[in-house]
Write a protein that binds this ligand. Structure first.
Ligand code: SF4
Length: 232
């Protein structure tokens, strides 16, 4: 990844005592990660849902390597629902747990046909209930495809929210509540698409800079704002 020149710092700025200002964080991440979008390649809601389910315990890059063939051979819920498990497993095998992943996405397609008229549901309960899905999966699809203002709290968003001092919680629902409260307190638009976009940028920042084991505070554009909670 090419890091913009402004982030080429040699030492982290002094550690802030207070939670990072959410409006400033959002603004700086917007400058750094201009294109806020999920890194899972997709062309419609079904592809995003399937790719999100497949991304469990692997990386988006790997998922993107198998989905072109997957989506080309089984392009809609009916095709995927009737697919032969072994054939799907062979395509997703590079991700590991090929048979399990194949069963999951075939069951997902069957569920869409049986309960949702072959469409990806645009509601939290329906999206969370599909096989292989869950709260985060539903939020990713509803936020990134259907345009809802949602914070999909994955491992990166949770970790950054804690390090930035916005929450002490681990439960994704509580993390989301705390981040929304922080955004409102700091005068940024938690009620618009800002929340979804901020979440996507936090994920990018967590992958590229504020990694779990070795956060690069010395090169971080949030260095002067961030209390770095839990970072030694
Ligand atoms: S890398 Fe993470 S912990 Fe370090 S300053 Fe940036 S956001 Fe804070």
């Amino acid at each position: 990844m090419q890091i913009p020149r402004s982030t080429h710092r040699t030492a982290a700025a002094p550690r802030s005592e207070a939670p990072a200002d959410a409006a400033l964080v959002a603004s700086r991440l917007e400058d750094l990660h201009v294109e806020a979008r999920t890194e899972l390649d997709h062309g419609d809601a079904l592809e995003l849902l399937v790719a999100t389910v497949l991304s469990a315990q692997t990386t988006d890059v790997r998922v993107n390597q198998v989905t072109p063939e997957l989506f080309s051979r089984w392009p809609d819920p009916a095709a995927l629902a009737g697919a032969e498990e072994a054939a799907v497993a062979e395509v997703v095998r590079p991700l590991g747990m090929g048979p399990t992943r194949a069963r999951r996405i075939i069951a997902l397609a069957q569920e869409l046909l049986a309960r949702h008229g072959g469409r990806v549901p645009d509601d939290q309960a329906g999206g969370a209930a599909v096989p292989g899905g869950g709260r985060k999966t539903a939020q990713v699809v509803r936020g990134a495809w259907f345009g809802h203002s949602l914070l999909a709290v994955d491992t990166h968003v949770g970790r950054l929210s804690r390090r930035l001092g916005w929450t002490t919680q681990n439960d994704p629902r509580k993390v989301e509540e705390d981040v929304v409260a922080r955004m409102e307190a700091d005068g940024t638009g938690a009620d618009a698409e800002e929340l979804t976009v901020l979440g996507l940028r936090l994920i990018l920042h967590g992958r590229r800079v504020c990694t779990a084991r070795a956060p690069r505070c010395g090169q971080c554009v949030l260095s002067d704002l961030c209390p770095r909670v839990g970072v030694s």
